[in-house]
Design a protein around this ligand. Structure first.
Ligand code: UDP
Ligand code: MG
Length: 313
């Protein structure tokens, strides 16, 4: 019998735990052809999430838990999930149960057909015009910068074959954009759609700033094209400046016209200053990533895996 691990990263989700259990019970009930493991990853919750996980683990052998040493963020929590998952396949779901369990049979079906990465795409219902448009522009822009096909409106809700999990486990970067990594590793992909559920308990952990960070991260981890853009911009500006220089020399020497000083200098200086700051900022973005990677630290530490402190890797 094939074993499937459901990875459930959770940060302050004590209110969702009862519902989570109901959903997982129904997964076991509806898919008896598989052996199930539910791997709860406690991402440094400050409420009783951990206690609830320990209770689940003690009451039901399907549940395992990893308790991270602090809050690392969902990306790292998933990294820990990949490390500790023991299944032949892995499904990643949000612990707040916004991802419906009833698409799991369909995922399993495609997996049996030979697909390695069955990803679930949100049906865009009930989202505001603004949110829809910004996400559309963002994906469009991102895609134009890279050759790797990007799956739109797709999050982490997906089934991964062991081969994908092993591939992802070899990518130990700590500045993670897992979405980009799924695309990068390739393998046979199949998209299905699902209706995103309303969050029932607790509240979303994404602030506006966090979303902006995520968007920037998406760019800098997918592609180094902005760096190239900075060079091209520099080249164009220099070229224009050079042509302008020739023009001024001709105008003053041949026609004897006095050059308008202040406005021209101001405009050029401000423009160049802006371009330089922008380019520096772009370089800084990448430098920051290099800085964090080059330290070579492990992505996370754990307090406990099912009550022991052993580390698997
Ligand atoms: N999460 C996490 N660590 C964090 C923030 C969130 O493990 O630092 C988990 C959270 O418990 C949930 C999932 O990641 O299971 C998605 O988070 P959330 O529901 O806040 O995001 P949204 O659904 O609004 O995208
Ligand atoms: Mg959520």
């Amino acid at each position: 019998m094939k074993k499937v691990t459901i990875i459930l990263p959770a940060y302050n989700e004590e209110a969702s735990m009862d519902r989570l259990r109901e959903c997982m019970d129904s997964v076991v009930r509806d898919n008896p052809a598989y052996e199930w493991e539910f791997l709860l990853v406690n991402d440094g919750s400050t409420d009783n999430t951990l206690q609830q996980m320990i209770r689940l683990h003690n009451e039901d052998p399907h549940y395992s838990y990893v308790d991270l040493s602090r809050n690392y963020g969902k990306e790292i929590a998933m990294m820990a999930g990949f490390d500790y998952a023991t299944g032949d396949g892995v499904i990643i779901m949000d612990a707040d149960m916004q991802h419906p369990v009833d698409v799991i049979p369909e995922m399993l079906r495609w997996w049996e057909e030979g697909y390695d990465d069955v990803y679930a795409t949100r049906k865009n219902s009930g989202e505001t015009w603004f949110k829809r448009k910004t996400s559309q522009w963002y994906y469009g822009l991102l895609q134009s910068f890279t050759n790797i096909p990007i799956q739109r409106d797709t999050g982490d809700f997906r089934l991964l074959d062991r081969s994908c999990v092993d591939a992802l486990r070899r990518m130990r970067e700590v500045e993670r954009n897992t979405k980009g990594m799924y695309s990068w590793i390739g393998f046979h992909k199949k998209g299905i759609t699902y209706e995103q559920q309303q969050r029932q308990q607790g509240k979303s952990k994404w602030s506006l700033m966090a979303l902006v960070n995520l968007a920037l991260n998406g760019f800098t981890s997918y592609t180094t094209a902005p760096l190239r853009m900075a060079s091209v911009m520099g080249l164009i500006v220099s070229l224009v400046a050079f042509i302008y220089l020739i023009y001024i020399i001709i105008v003053t020497n041949v026609y004897g016209e006095p050059v308008q000083g202040y406005p021209t200098i101001m405009v050029t200086m401000l423009f160049l200053g802006g371009v330089q700051l922008l380019s520096l900022g772009i370089i800084g973005e990448y430098l920051g990533r290099v800085f964090n990677e080059v330290k070579g630290r492990p992505g996370y530490f754990i307090n406990s895996y099912n009550g022991t402190r052993e580390h698997v890797n």
